[in-house]
Design a protein around this ligand. Structure first.
Ligand SMILES: Nc1ncnc2c1ncn2[C@@H]1O[C@H](COP(=O)(O)OP(=O)(O)O)[C@@H](O)[C@H]1O
Ligand SMILES: [Mg+2]
Length: 215
């Protein structure tokens, strides 16, 4: 890809060769994404959980995606949330958030808002009311028609020309590996909210410091 970029520099902007190089560049990126998704789908890693707050995950993801979304006039806003603790593999749950935000952005297209919010509630998990944290990705996109909802989590199901249809399958599997669940609510023409439901870590349950986890 470095070579392609130096080739592009030697070509006259606006020439058909320059355009060809740009298409090749885009196609490489598309294939790169497919390969990455397929590999992750085929060989999901075992989660390596640490205790962190929902807010710290949100800030990292925002730092990662903010400038890209800004180009499409999409605002990524962090709803103020209490410091809720969860025990997760940060890289994996970040991957889930990225997949959900990517879908949200693709549904919006241009001009809209994606809100990240964490809230806590009780949910019947494994047969009894369990305190959970829900990490929500709220979009002002097109919503999901019923026909699409029926196949939403099917691997390779996509409505996009360049989609892999693996984003939600991978997301759901990662969340299930964490003992949680992926849920959604949607309304056509209004938007969609995806929720990552995770068991909540109580205050004294785990005193592991996570100040120094790194990628
Ligand atoms: N936030 C959303 N708003 C509208 N449609 C969505 C949203 N998230 C997912 N979808 C629909 O679900 C399909 C599958 O999503 P996904 O598994 O991530 O695959 P891909 O993004 O490659 O199409 C998408 O093609 C799209 O039609
Ligand atoms: Mg996707």
């Amino acid at each position: 890809n470095v070579r392609l970029h130096s080739l592009k520099r030697t070509l006259v902007p606006g020439s058909s060769e320059h355009e060809d190089a740009a298409v090749i560049d885009q196609e490489i990126q598309r294939l790169d994404r497919i390969v990455r998704d397929v590999l992750h789908f085929a060989r999901p890693a075992e989660p390596r959980p640490v205790t962190i707050t929902a807010g710290s995950l949100f800030s990292r993801v925002r730092d990662l995606l903010d400038s890209q979304l800004e180009k499409a006039s999409i605002r990524l806003s962090l709803a103020s949330s209490p410091p809720l603790r969860i025990r997760v593999d940060p890289q994996q749950i970040e991957q889930v958030l990225i997949n959900l935000i990517q879908n949200a952005a693709e549904s919006i297209g241009r001009d809209g808002t994606i809100t990240l919010r964490a809230r806590s509630t009780l949910m019947p998990l494994a047969g009894h009311a369990t305190p959970v944290v829900i990490l929500e990705v709220i979009d002002t996109g097109k919503g999901i028609p019923l026909k699409v909802q029926e196949r939403l989590f099917d691997p390779f199901f996509t409505t996009k020309e360049a989609g892999t249809g693996l984003g939600l399958s991978i997301a759901a599997r990662i969340v299930e590996k964490h003992g949680g669940a992926l849920q959604y609510q949607t309304e056509v023409d209004r938007g969609t909210t995806f929720g990552i439901v995770l068991p909540r870590v109580e205050k004294n349950e785990d005193e592991v410091s996570t100040e120094n986890f790194t990628h």
